[in-house]
Design a protein around this ligand. Structure first.
Ligand SMILES: NC(=O)c1ccc[n+]([C@@H]2O[C@H](COP(=O)([O-])OP(=O)(O)OC[C@H]3O[C@@H](n4cnc5c(N)ncnc54)[C@H](O)[C@@H]3O)[C@@H](O)[C@H]2O)c1
Length: 275
């Protein structure tokens, strides 16, 4: 059981959506909060709100920037004490069909959704281990890190990697007193699609008018699906409970039950028969 009260939690992508939901839940449990994000205005709003409940330090950080990450970790710990709860949550939803992917888009998507998680672990895990006293790492992957859909290769590649990394870290770190959880949400009611559309490197130049309107329709569908999803504050509570109980997997609904069964059956079927 990891108590959150009196610990310092570092949450990336903490200004909006799921990260902010996690911040709310952690604040209610008495954790001090470091929130980092690219969105300075949303960070200010989050700080004004959460400061009523706990000590909060916010800073603009691009999780891809390793040097800035290290400097900020020093500053955050000087202000709020040693970070023993790390939540690698910042992420984007973007991508394109494989025949229109570019290196720029690969680097952007993998840079935020995978390297951002690696950078968090590389920055804070040595500090946690050196100090002792336990700790917990939460990595936000996705249901798309557990089974693959169509037209989603960039996102699935990064999120499967985050699941694999988390499972592997869990085995290694458990005996050292550091818990690991991997959050694999289904649809959650956040603004990730619109935010991603605003920042994703453009790939639309090579699209015909028809392709462009199909892509637009897909985006609108995704926005609608998320609007009907689980509320971020509820996800935050699930994450808090999983950290306290030291649970590896956090799933937010049962939508992936059938695809996971299909995938597992296919894997079992692919094994050579016993002779
Ligand atoms: N919303 C969903 O349905 C859903 C489903 C599965 C997984 N996820 C994952 O949950 C995580 C949070 O997503 P969300 O839905 O809350 O999105 P969101 O857009 O509401 O919040 C993500 C936050 O990350 C920040 N961010 C983006 N790039 C960054 C960078 N390079 N450095 C620092 N901060 C950055 C954004 O500014 C934003 O505040 C992501 O990893 C996402 O892939 C979301």
């Amino acid at each position: 059981m990891t108590e959150l009260s009196d610990r310092t939690a570092f949450i990336t992508g903490g200004a909006n959506g799921i990260g902010l939901g996690i911040a709310h839940a952690f604040a209610r449990s008495g954790a001090r909060l470091v929130l980092v994000d690219l969105d300075a205005d949303a960070l200010e709003r989050a700080k004004a709100e959460l400061s009523k409940q706990t000590d909060v330090f916010t800073a603009v950080l691009d999780v891809r920037d390793r040097d800035a990450y290290g400097r900020l970790a020093d500053e955050a710990e000087a202000r709020l004490g040693p970070v023993s709860i790390l939540v690698n949550n910042a992420g984007v939803a973007g991508g394109a069909p494989s025949n229109r992917m570019t290196y720029e888009l690969w680097d952007w998507g993998m840079g935020i959704n995978l390297d951002g998680v690696i950078n968090g672990v590389q920055t804070f895990l040595p500090r946690m281990l050196e100090r002792g006293g336990g700790g917990h790492i939460v990595n936000t992957a996705s249901a798309a890190g557990l089974f693959a859909g169509s037209g989603n290769t960039l996102y699935c590649t990064a999120k499967f990697a985050v699941v694999g990394m988390s499972e592997s870290l869990s085995v290694e770190l458990e005996p050292l007193g550091i818990g690991v959880s991997v959050l694999c949400p289904g649809p959650v009611a956040t603004g990730i699609v619109a935010r991603t559309r605003a920042f994703q490197p453009k790939v639309t130049r090579s699209m015909s008018g028809e392709q462009r309107s199909k892509a637009f329709a897909r985006n609108e569908q995704a926005i609608q699906a998320l609007a009907n999803g689980v509320q971020p504050d509820l996800v935050g509570e699930m994450v808090r409970d999983a950290v306290e109980a030291n649970r590896l997997f956090i799933l937010t609904d049962r939508l992936v039950e059938e695809p996971i069964k299909v995938r597992t059956r296919a894997l079992l079927k692919a094994m050579p028969s016993v002779t």
